[in-house]
Design a protein around this ligand. Structure first.
Ligand SMILES: NC(=O)c1ccc[n+]([C@@H]2O[C@H](COP(=O)([O-])OP(=O)(O)OC[C@H]3O[C@@H](n4cnc5c(N)ncnc54)[C@H](O)[C@@H]3O)[C@@H](O)[C@H]2O)c1
Length: 275
């Protein structure tokens, strides 16, 4: 029970890594706020947590919408009383070779993977930085685990063919992570990134399966062309893809006080890819 009496907000938690993280946090005693663009899968995750005697609430909506980050965090605090952990996980890919990539493709991917986490963290200042600052001013010890996890990728660390936009964004979020670690460290607020390799979710399944996400009236195909998946899956020392539960484990470890003296770090959950 690493998160007894703690409140965790996870964006994009209706499916994939975010959903697995929501369930794992709940298993460890957290009250979980499950955000996703899609209400139905978010509500299904909440129902699953509740059927296992956990506490959760769905707050659907887009993290890229003006004012939504503030509304999401206010809803979390209204329901559960405080905020301990913010996980910036929501995302999608909009791949294309650089010489053909449009400005819209570039902006949409930078917006979801860098602008949205920035806005979420700025909105979280009220709930993480301010109470800690008050405790510091009163000469009291910090009373809570307070931290932020930003989800990054091996594409950000190493670059990736067809992902100029995504690689730039996922490296950008590491700079954001280190800056927050430096600005809020004196208030006891930790900020870490978790960079995933090939995790088996909608984002990495065969493009031919036909999964897609609707963004700004575009139906954007998710997944990787079947021909390109083989080497990506096995190109790491463990020789396989990771599960969403294994990915969630990386997030939960870094958010817990077991990592209480770790901040500004990027944990690679990649089966050893890129070493
Ligand atoms: N799967 C991988 O191999 C892999 C590797 C590296 C990084 N990542 C990152 O992990 C995170 C989770 O991805 P996943 O693999 O679980 O993909 P996924 O498609 O299964 O889940 C992503 C979720 O984010 C939601 N989402 C998208 N845009 C949103 C928005 N504007 N507001 C709220 N929710 C939104 C989607 O509806 C979806 O449920 C992403 O940031 C992704 O870039 C994944």
């Amino acid at each position: 029970m690493l998160f007894q009496n703690q409140v965790v907000v996870i964006t994009g938690a209706g499916r994939g890594i975010g959903a697995a993280a929501a369930k794992l946090f709940a298993q460890h005693g957290a009250s979980v706020v499950v955000n996703d663009l899609d209400a139905k899968p978010a509500e299904a995750v909440v129902a699953e947590i509740e059927s296992a005697e956990g506490a959760a609430v769905a707050v659907p909506g887009s993290v890229t919408e003006d004012g939504f980050p503030e509304n999401l965090l206010d809803a979390a605090v209204d329901r559960f009383g405080k905020l301990n952990v913010l996980v910036n996980n929501a995302g999608f890919t909009w791949d294309g070779m650089l010489h053909k990539m449009t400005d819209e493709q570039w902006r949409a991917v930078l917006e979801i993977h860098t602008m949205a986490p920035f806005r979420m963290i700025r909105a979280a200042a009220k709930h993480l930085r301010e109470p800690a600052k008050a405790e510091l001013a009163a000469g009291e010890p910090f009373s809570e685990n307070r931290c932020i996890i930003n989800v990054s990728s091996t594409s950000g660390l190493h670059g990736n063919v067809g992902q100029a936009n995504y690689a730039t964004a996922k490296m950008g979020v590491i700079g954001l992570t280190k800056t927050v670690a430096k600005e809020w460290g004196r208030f006891g607020v930790r900020c870490n990134a978790v960079a995933f390799g090939f995790i088996d979710t909608r984002m990495t399944r065969a493009k031919e399966d036909g999964e897609s996400i609707e963004v700004a009236e575009h139906e954007i195909a998710q997944g990787i062309p079947e021909a390109a998946r083989g080497r990506a899956i096995t190109g790491n020392p463990l020789g396989r893809s990771g599960t969403d539960e294994e990915a969630a484990g990386g997030i939960v470890i870094m958010a817990s006080t077991l990592a209480g003296y770790v901040t500004g770090h990027t944990l690679e959950v990649t089966g050893g890819a890129g070493i």
